[in-house]
Ligand binder design. Structure first.
Ligand SMILES: Cc1ncc(COP(=O)(O)O)c(C=O)c1O
Length: 396
């Protein structure tokens, strides 16, 4: 790796690279550090957990810390929505676990034909085999998946087509995976498409999965974006900000009705990852929940993040549309896209040298800033970004 992208240290909202450049990280790590690097409360909670034990784990047992987190996560939602929490070690692993769970759920309901899972064109759900199969983005699935027919894709913006595809597979569908806002391109979910999915769920009995790995914990301006949907998802997948990026950890909220189907038959869900739900991970999760509660007053799943106002003002100051650039996104998650000549990777390099880290795409840059930027940091970042974008657009 080039020293200019080799991280030497991190603090607050700033990353220092091995070539001596310090830059404000407007990508919050990989969208997973909304509370800034070396967050004191998270750090202290993890250190304290080290004095209680050194593993924890939730395979065939539980821990006080894991039970506390599970209860707190469930209580953010209206009573009875979610009944159980499963822990895993990444967004990808959690999505694979959910594919398995949705297939077993179908079995428990007495359906034994070959199941399919449905997801969206352009989506991203992770790197393990199942999660890669779900992903609509090109990850060379054609060269690696042995059962691509088990993964069906639907378009993001054509509700009639979505209905036709869902009806053509009917009760063979075990689950439909939805990113409430597609991370790639920050495209919000279309309401009409969402409505078709809920109606098809009533006809065919599949599970609706909210993959909130990237969107959870305020990234779209709402604590959990799926909490604002007209109907609840059956399962919600969380990771990234869940530990403010400090641990390889994820959590799956399981709808009470789904949990009841298993419980009624005395059936278990066999998924155990050695490090899932470790003491340190749970300590970090508890501290993150404390931070969202105390700093931002976010105590329900549909709570609004106050910081979105700063983001709107920031985007106004950058005034990308006046430079012919398209801005799309929600809350604290935006993509600025240019024409074919807009070289996102080169812009990313220029911005880094000017003291800003963004997530660079081929013809776009993405912004997912931390929620704890100071007034001055917002102002400086807006000025630098505007200046650099102006220069690039004038040069182009
Ligand atoms: C929506 C979504 N799902 C799943 C994943 C995979 O998570 P992980 O990288 O922790 O495996 C990501 C990662 O970016 C994601 O954005």
């Amino acid at each position: 790796m080039q020293p200019r992208w080799t991280v030497e240290s991190e603090s607050g909202c700033t990353v220092r690279f091995a070539d001596g450049v310090s830059a404000l990280d407007l990508n919050s790590g990989l969208w997973n550090v909304p509370l800034g690097y070396r967050n004191a409360r998270v750090g202290e909670a993890v250190m304290a957990a080290m004095t209680v034990g050194s593993y924890g784990g939730v395979f065939r047992r539980s821990s006080v810390a894991a039970e506390e987190v599970a209860e707190r996560l469930v209580h953010l939602w209206p009573r009875g929505t979610y009944g159980k929490v499963l822990f895993a070690t990444s967004g990808s692993a959690a999505n694979d676990a959910v594919i398995k769970l949705s297939r077993l759920h179908r079995r428990r309901l007495g359906r034994s034909d070959r199941p399919v899972v449905v997801s969206f064109e352009g989506s991203y759900h992770g790197q393990t085999l199942g999660a890669m199969g779900l992903s609509g983005e090109d990850l060379l699935q054609g060269e690696m998946l042995t059962a691509p027919h088990e993964f069906v894709k639907v378009p993001v913006d054509d509700s009639d087509r979505v209905r036709q595809i869902l009806d053509s597979h009917g009760t063979r569908i075990s689950a439909v995976f939805i990113e409430p806002l597609q991370g790639t391109g920050t495209r919000p979910m279309d309401d009409a498409v969402l409505q078709e999915i809920f109606e098809a769920r009533r006809r065919h009995g599949f599970l609706v999965i909210a993959d909130e790995v990237a969107t959870g914990f305020g990234r779209t301006g709402v604590m959990f974006r799926s909490a604002r949907w007209r109907e609840s998802a059956d399962l919600v997948v969380l990771s990234k900000a869940l530990t403010n990026g400090t641990q390889a950890a994820s959590a799956i909220l399981v709808g009470s009705e789904v949990a009841d189907v298993f419980a009624a038959q005395g059936a278990i869900f066999p998924h155990g990852e050695t490090q899932a739900g470790s003491l340190w991970a749970c300590a970090a999760m508890n501290a993150v929940l404390d931070e969202f509660e105390e700093r931002f007053g976010m105590v329900t799943a549909d709570a609004q993040l106050p910081e979105t106002r700063s983001m709107e003002q920031f985007l106004d100051k950058v005034s990308a549309p006046s430079m012919g650039l398209q801005v799309r996104g929600e809350g604290m998650f935006y993509t600025i896209t240019g024409t074919e000549d807009f070289d996102g990777l080169a812009v990313g390099e220029r911005l880094r040298s000017a003291g800003l880290v963004v997530h660079a795409g081929l013809h776009s840059i993405q912004l997912a800033p931390p929620f704890v930027l100071s007034h001055q940091q917002w102002a400086d970042a807006a000025e630098t970004l505007k200046e650099e974008l102006h220069r690039v657009c004038a040069d182009g």
